[in-house]
Design a protein around this ligand. Structure first.
Ligand SMILES: Cc1cc2nc3c(=O)[nH]c(=O)nc-3n(C[C@H](O)[C@H](O)[C@H](O)COP(=O)(O)OP(=O)(O)OC[C@H]3O[C@@H](n4cnc5c(N)ncnc54)[C@H](O)[C@@H]3O)c2cc1C
Length: 412
């Protein structure tokens, strides 16, 4: 008899879990209220960030807050009404910015981001999604040496995880990209990275492959998970079904299930934005991270995507027009002569914990329920590895790394 498993949520994390579980021999039902890859996983910058061991909050962040929130390139927006709800998360988040904590967090992120391109290749193999994956360099752009030196601590920590980047002077930058505007004078180039030409289509193709090979896709909004007698019942309006295991992979919306099961997640939505430019006059030769604006410019199937920024405004507030203006300005600063046919605006919700680590693993009190959410800025990067870990846990295999840093209940 095959183990029956419900995976709730079909973003990159849920689809990765579902496909790895299917390959491991489980009878998997992927339950999604919308479309596969249609939520946060659709609008990200598409970077397979093998360098992503450094959380956003690093030593010295408190001194940088005024510039991050008020400066001309401010990448962070906070809505005043959100402050009381944000405060407990923010205090804990800032406590995690000490050198010691960041080093511990980096060590816990490393096994999830290292080898991400190979993990994606293995997951996508045969689905057609692999056609949307590109291996490439990833280049951080700095206005000047002082800005680059401000991140020396981060680069030294990355180097301790064997992530190294060479320096590019202005000549080397313009040799690779002649249209680059005068603002950026220094770069750091990381090899061994990758990006996706269309993140939503990529997830959809893997979900289709999962269905073509025996996986079941159920369109429903799960309202409750009820663990009992070693099984777990998933209930939705008009139906319910008992499974041997259930995996919660609903990104930011996972909080409701955690609360039902007696766990705090302390997650906040770090809202992020993108502008897609169709018919763009300039397409970068590889993705750029603008170190000042914290925006990413990625070549896409239709042209270019500029993505990034962080806004704390909850789940229901409308998108902030200032964010789109800032992204548009960032693009003009890279390419002063930039033109395009049309653009599309998007906002989505990064599921972020105060320690920048996801929840991955079985619940101590209900081992038939597993968590797979909270992947903050790096869910696309960490999704396939998370799926591999979940499949190992469900099928009695060996987890590929120490799972204690990702345990449910660490904020209870
Ligand atoms: C602007 C921006 C740029 C980013 N850039 C990158 C990047 O370059 N690289 C990277 O690695 N990461 C990046 N990220 C982060 C990444 O996009 C997220 O971490 C990732 O998409 C989270 O995936 P997920 O599967 O956990 O959640 P989601 O993609 O949000 O999927 C959750 C799914 O659960 C479904 N769901 C919710 N509740 C229920 C329910 N009750 N019943 C059924 N279904 C339900 C939702 O409909 C949704 O489809 C970026 C994020 C943003 C916002």
């Amino acid at each position: 008899m095959k183990l029956t498993v419900a995976v709730i949520g079909a973003g990159i994390v849920g689809v990765s879990c579902a496909e790895h579980l299917r390959r491991a021999g489980c009878a998997v039902t992927l339950i999604e209220r919308g479309t596969a890859g249609g939520a946060t996983s659709s609008g990200n910058a598409g970077i397979l960030a093998a360098c992503g061991v450094i959380p956003v909050a690093t030593p010295g962040i408190i001194g940088k807050i005024p510039r991050l929130v008020l400066g001309p390139h401010q990448p962070v927006f906070v809505r005043a009404a959100q402050v009381p709800r944000l405060l407990p998360w923010a205090l804990r988040y800032l406590r995690n910015a000490s050198a010691g904590r960041v080093e511990t967090i980096a060590a816990a992120l490393a096994p999830l981001v290292t080898g991400t391109v190979a993990e994606h290749r293995a997951l996508a193999a045969g689905s057609g999604a692999e056609e949307l994956l590109r291996e490439s360099d990833y280049v951080y752009l700095y206005p000047g040496r002082k800005d680059a030196e401000g991140e020396d601590w981060n680069w030294r920590l990355r180097a301790r995880h064997a992530i190294t980047a060479d320096f590019l002077d202005r000549n080397a930058l313009t040799k690779a990209d002649a249209a680059l505007g005068p603002r950026y004078r220094l770069g750091r180039r990381l090899g061994g990275h990758g990006y996706l030409l269309d993140p939503e289509e990529y997830v959809r193709r893997i979900a289709d492959f999962f269905c073509q090979n025996g996986g079941e896709f159920l369109r429903a909004e799960v309202a409750r998970l009820r663990p009992g007698d070693a099984k777990v019942t998933a209930a939705w309006p008009g139906g319910e079904k008992k499974f041997d295991r259930a995996v919660v992979a609903c990104g930011i919306w996972s909080q409701k299930f955690a609360a039902q099961l007696g766990h705090k997640t302390m997650m906040q939505s770090e809202r992020g934005y993108h502008l897609d430019f169709h018919g763009a006059s300039h397409v970068p030769p590889h993705p750029y991270m603008l170190a000042d604006t914290k925006a990413v410019l990625t070549p896409m199937a239709w042209g270019v995507r500029a993505a990034g920024l962080v806004e704390f405004a909850g789940l229901s507030a409308k998108p902030n027009p200032r964010a789109f203006r800032l992204l548009a300005r960032a693009v003009r600063e890279i390419y002063p002569d930039f033109t395009y046919d049309r653009h599309v605006e998007w906002m989505g919700h990064r599921p972020s914990t105060p320690d920048s680590l996801p929840f991955i693993g079985a619940l101590p009190a209900h081992p038939q329920v597993l968590f797979a959410f909270g992947h903050q800025h790096l869910g696309l990067t960490m999704g396939p590895k998370t799926g591999r870990i979940i499949a190992a846990l469900v099928c009695g295999g060996e987890a590929p790394c120490d799972l204690r840093p990702y345990r449910a209940g660490r904020f209870d």
